[in-house]
Design a protein around this ligand. Structure first.
Ligand code: VG1
Ligand code: CO
Length: 746
């Protein structure tokens, strides 16, 4: 039997349902709510028939205060769900899984059960996302559960859209307690693809493992909460069981707390109040834009973009940065409106893959590597076609409408729907066609469809077959006929930041990279005499260092670059940083004088610091069993290998499974990637992806340092071939995974 409990003293926040503004479509006059049945039209449609049947035991808590009417909070019964462990960046699963009964709701409830109440009760949270499929539905679920758990106010980006970096910026600026990001980032979106959710806390930083582990624990046992105040309701609440008396009262519950409020209209800016809870729909751009204006010298960038001898191109790839590109680049910085391509965010992002690596931005690459290409091109997460980069630096790559030719000898056809990419001198097709190095692509692959390694048909129809998302945190930097690797990009930004970017005018405090990212940044830190940190893969590991004032600029090889202006990697920031560098270097150039180009800047950097050749091979969606066995085999090797052993021409300096101890809070992250480091500084690294939603993705990273300027021109794949061969033989990858070739090479 449902019960009504007076919980004023239990839930520190009270919910009052007030009349919404009468001119609002959200208007929902106060109505009787006590003992609302679950068939209430106000309840989310998400409550499935099964749940309806189970509601006989549901408690509906009427939480009231003496001064105003309150909002009912429903207790929706639920059960633990397996497999909700967050990976490198949030919880990512197929949409179909997230749509299962209570799947998302359980995770959100488990999150609130994991946080100290003072971190959210009556507090302020932010909600944003990349606009991918299921976000609208998910936003309503999150809002109701947040309200049900006592959150005071939620700021939501209009239409639920806010880029990942902008969510971080809003959390910081509005001093929010934290925020949700509805995105599976670089994973494709759509009904057949992925959805994801991430929680960032009050510095704007992705929740560390100490929090995500607790959430995971709570999803399994929904939930063991240590909540002294709950004691007062034990006698009344039939569904509550005392399970543990450790450190307060531990109560196993099996409920999701949802406020009984109508769906919120996210299409209009403004505040809607529901008693003590309110939702404010905000412009997703303004706070972020203001921050960018503080960080960069917009006048300097404007002076570059207004030059007739400098041409700029930004591909927003129909994803979330589309909402930011025009207000920032065109309206504020004076770029030609034509320089923004795919600038309109689409719900399905125009069907593409959201990863702005060298695989998915055909339009931009066509232009950048075409005859008389622009001087600077950039893309952020979203849909694209082929993205060329490749050659890991200076390249003689040319891309015509139908053909791509790499200096390493790779020829890639990119006609029609085919989406082949030249990456570091190698190629892949969008649909998962096996990447090939320095080879001619067979004709049949040009038409989009192809047979994957496992014999499955993939990618037929090319781009149109793969919907996507994209949350604006990644970036790709291109010059004319030139691709800048992300590992070089962060190093070059760091080397030039103090001179070109006002935010860094007193110099960066410290630099950091993820472990597999190349050592180019290390060399800059050394030269500038700056503190330097190497953290595991995933942006969440940078946050503590930033909060402690030890870190300003950092990056990952996976097209992530950023700084402590927020606590996420930031695609638009990286583009503005590069524009600042170029503008600064050319500020005294008279019209007609030759400008210092992107490739000049990179070549000059290599001449000063040496070049770190770098490449990553991805073997996507392998059978988990084989991939895990391979990692097990490598771990075994780690324990047996000794310094001084010969691996081909390389001499082992050390091998380990990377463990990181956070210098700020002492937390330890172990098993973060197996690395073989050789005496000449070359490295081979193996790890499994923590963002995939099916099977296991093996990533191999190889790196080699080259001090000799005369060799800097080399194709990265050529330079790295011996190391790549070594990586394949050391790991017995073919044997364990059955894969002949990688699916992606960057
Ligand atoms: C990948 C990248 C990692 C990045 C993460 C999230 O993780 O390698 O560097 O931080 O994606 O990026 P993994 O575990 O699959 O290798 V995003 O733009 O998808 O939030
Ligand atoms: Co992303």
């Amino acid at each position: 039997m449902a019960s009504v409990l007076r919980l004023e003293n239990v839930f520190t926040s009270s919910f009052k349902l007030s009349s919404a503004p009468s001119n609002s479509s959200l208007s929902n006059p106060t109505r009787p709510y006590s003992l609302l049945s679950f068939s209430s039209p106000l309840l989310p449609a998400l409550i499935s028939p099964k749940l309806h049947r189970r509601t006989s035991s549901a408690a509906i808590f009427k939480v009231s205060s003496s001064s105003s009417p309150s909002t009912a909070i429903c207790s929706v019964p639920t059960e633990p769900i397996e497999g909700q462990k967050t990976g490198t960046s949030g919880l990512r699963k197929k949409v179909k899984i997230f749509k299962q009964e209570n799947y998302l709701a359980n995770w959100i409830q488990a999150l609130f059960d994991s946080l100290p109440p003072e971190d959210f009760k009556n507090g302020l949270l932010v909600l944003g996302g990349d606009g991918r499929y299921f976000n609208q539905e998910a936003a309503q679920i999150i809002i109701k559960i947040a309200a049900g758990n006592g959150v005071g106010k939620i700021l939501v980006g209009k239409e639920g859209i806010t880029s990942t970096p902008a969510v971080s910026a809003v959390i910081r600026k509005r001093k929010a307690n934290g925020g949700f990001i509805m995105s599976a980032s670089h994973n494709p979106g759509g009904p057949e693809y992925d959805w994801g959710i991430k929680f960032n806390y009050n510095s704007g930083q992705p929740a560390p493992e100490s929090i995500t582990d607790k959430i995971y624990g709570n999803t399994l046992s929904l939930g063991f909460r240590y909540h002294k105040v709950m004691l007062s309701i034990l006698s009344n609440a039939g569904g509550f069981v005392i399970t543990n008396l450790n450190g307060g009262i531990a109560i196993q519950i099996s409920e999701i707390k949802k406020a009984d409020i109508p769906d919120v209209d996210l299409s209009r800016l403004g505040v809607t109040e529901y008693g003590n809870f309110s939702v404010e729909v905000i412009d997703p751009v303004s706070d972020y834009l203001e921050l960018m204006e503080d960080v960069f010298d917009f006048q300097l960038i404007k002076s570059l973009l207004s030059r007739s001898d400098f041409r700029f191109m930004f591909d927003a790839m129909h994803a979330v940065t589309g909402a930011y590109a025009k207000p920032i680049f065109v309206d504020k910085l004076g770029a030609n409106p034509d320089s923004i391509t795919n600038g309109v965010p689409l719900e399905d992002f125009g069907h593409g893959h959201p990863d702005p690596n060298l695989t998915y931005a055909k339009d931009l690459v066509d232009v950048m590597f075409g005859e008389n290409g622009p001087d600077f091109g950039a893309a952020s997460d979203g849909k694209g076609g082929v993205v060329v980069g490749g050659l890991g630096g200076r390249s003689t790559t040319r891309l015509g409408p139908d053909k791509l030719v790499a200096s390493g000898g790779a020829t890639v056809a990119a006609s029609g729907g085919a989406t082949l990419a030249l990456t570091g001198g190698c190629i892949r097709s969008l649909g998962g066609t096996v990447g090939k190095c320095s080879t001619e692509v067979p004709k049949e692959e040009e038409d989009g469809g192809s047979i994957g390694d496992d014999g499955s048909e993939r990618g037929v129809g090319g781009l149109d077959e793969v919907p996507c998302g994209g949350d604006g945190d990644r970036n790709m930097i291109l010059g004319r006929d030139f691709f800048v690797t992300p590992s070089d990009s962060v190093a070059i930004i760091a080397a030039n930041a103090q001179a070109a970017i006002p935010y860094f005018q007193s110099g960066p405090k410290g630099l950091a990279r993820s472990m597999p990212t190349s050592g180019a940044l290390d060399r800059v830190a050394k030269k500038l005499n700056l503190p330097f940190f190497e953290v595991p893969t995933g942006w969440k590991f940078f946050g503590n260092l930033m909060d402690a004032g030890k870190l300003s600029i950092c990056g990952e090889e996976s097209f992530g670059t950023g700084s402590d202006h927020i606590r996420e990697k930031d695609g638009i920031w990286a583009v503005l940083a590069w524009l600042s560098l170029i503008a600064y270097r050319n500020k005294d150039k008279k019209p007609g004088e030759k400008l210092i180009s992107v490739s000049d800047i990179v070549m000059e950097h290599w001449a000063t610091y040496g070049r770190n050749f770098f490449s990553r091979y991805d073997y996507e969606e392998c059978e988990s069993e084989g991939a895990n066995k391979m990692i097990g085999y490598l771990r075994d090797l780690v324990s047996k290998s000794k310094a001084g052993e010969k691996y081909g021409n390389y001499i082992l300096q050390f091998v380990d499974d990377f463990t990181y101890t956070d210098p700020v809070d002492g937390s330890v992250a172990s098993k973060q990637g197996i690395r073989f480091v050789f005496t000449d500084g070359s490295r081979i690294i193996f790890r499994l992806s923590g963002t995939g939603s099916a099977g296991a993705t093996v990533r191999i990273y190889v790196e080699q340092f080259e001090p000799d300027v005369s060799k800097h021109d080399m194709d990265a794949q050529t330079a790295l071939k011996p190391l790549i061969d070594l990586a394949l033989s050391v790991s017995k990858l073919k044997e364990f995974t059955g894969r002949e070739k990688p699916t992606v090479i960057t």
